[in-house]
Unconditional design. Structure first.
Length: 373
């Protein structure tokens, strides 16, 4: 249980600018990465601007017998984009008796891209009885298109064992699979069970099914709750399905989503601007989206520059999209090369296409464009 006395003492030290003392107290108060201490700790390090000193204090506190400090160290290392070092800190935490199997799985799978080892650790977490492990493992499985049925079985088992968050993830899984009719009943069950975070995906499913008034109502509820992603979802709703008055507010809603730093806001606002033929502004937003890791932004940038007859910039954007792992950018780039008589360059894309998961039909199309049998 979180030691609020230590947290209060740490807050006082932080307020007085005593960063080192505050950091050690936060590390000693550490209970879980899901509680308030993690945010307080990261805010403190950002304010202090002495990362090396912070790492040294956390390491020293952990080595001094405060096992939770290893987890605090892992949080900071992940923030610094040092997943291997974070994994070592979690290993030390585990050896000191902390339950970190599920977190280790997430670092391996999400931060290091090692899905095989990640799965091994998810299964370890399930075996230890971690109450969140089945749900998280189900989400992990759902990211593989070939394991959707397995993911559903795991998430259903999580529901049976009382993890209501799995209801929302079942709905999201089917929604991402372009099956809103299968998604909606799970999302409804989630909402009925009190899982308010399903309001945004529920509204998306309802829009796809033509239930516009239901979507409007649920998005308004999500906005009132302050649900993550609600502002951007509302902006998209206003732009696509809103009344005349709501459509007139769409741009302001996008800008609010940007101000609130909602994930995906740059990309969706760029789509809105492009739809309204405000291409100079759209380019700026696509560039911002690409900088945040939105791979599809490169393809849209390439298409804008191609329409503007700027072949050099268009080609740079296509290549950036391919480097970011976007198969659609590669396929569009192949068509671009065909138009300019560069069939030999298309042949050079075949190996990359295979690495990006091109299926037989897509590979055959690339071979056709390259002029090979």
């Amino acid at each position: 249980m979180l030691d609020q006395v230590l947290v209060q003492r740490a807050d006082q030290e932080a307020a007085q600018g005593h960063h080192a003392a505050a950091l050690e107290l936060y590390a000693r108060a550490w209970d879980s990465r899901h509680d308030e201490v993690a945010d307080k700790l990261l805010d403190l390090v950002e304010d202090w601007e002495d990362v090396e000193a912070a790492l040294e204090i956390l390491q020293k506190t952990a080595d001094g017998g405060v096992a939770g400090a290893y987890e605090a160290l892992a949080v900071l290392l992940l923030e610094l984009d040092e997943p291997e070092e974070a994994l070592a800190a979690l290993d030390a935490a585990g050896r000191a008796g902390r339950e970190v199997a599920l977190w280790t799985a997430a670092v391996l799978a999400d931060e290091m891209g090692d899905r095989e080892r990640g799965e091994e650790w998810y299964r370890r977490a399930i075996a230890t009885g971690d109450t969140e492990a089945l749900n998280d493992f189900g989400v992990f499985l759902s990211e593989d298109p070939d394991r959707i049925e397995e993911a559903e079985e795991v998430l259903l088992l999580a529901v049976e064992r009382g993890d209501l968050m799995a209801l929302g993830n079942l709905g999201r899984m089917h929604l991402e699979g372009d099956e809103p009719e299968r998604a909606l009943p799970w999302l409804v069950r989630g909402l009925d069970a009190g899982v308010r975070s399903v309001l945004v995906p529920m509204a998306e499913a309802e829009q796809l099914l033509g239930r516009i008034e239901d979507a409007r109502s649920h998005l308004n509820d999500a906005l009132a709750d302050g649900t993550e992603g609600a502002r951007l979802a509302w902006a998209n709703f206003c732009a696509e399905h809103g009344t005349r008055e709501e459509q007139a507010t769409a741009e302001a809603q996008y800008r609010r989503a940007l101000a609130e730093e909602e994930p995906g806001a740059h990309f969706d606002f760029a789509l809105y601007l492009a739809d309204h033929e405000r291409f100079d502004e759209a380019v700026v937003e696509y560039q911002a989206a690409a900088a945040e890791g939105e791979t599809n932004a490169w393809l849209n940038l390439a298409l804008i520059h191609e329409d503007r007859k700027d072949r050099r910039t268009a080609e740079e954007c296509y290549r950036s999209g391919i480097e970011a792992g976007d198969l659609q950018a590669l396929l569009a780039y192949a068509e671009f090369l065909r138009q300019w008589g560069r069939r030999a360059d298309i042949a050079d894309l075949l190996d990359q296409a295979a690495e990006l998961g091109a299926d037989e039909e897509e590979t055959a199309e690339l071979r056709r464009l390259a002029g090979s049998n």
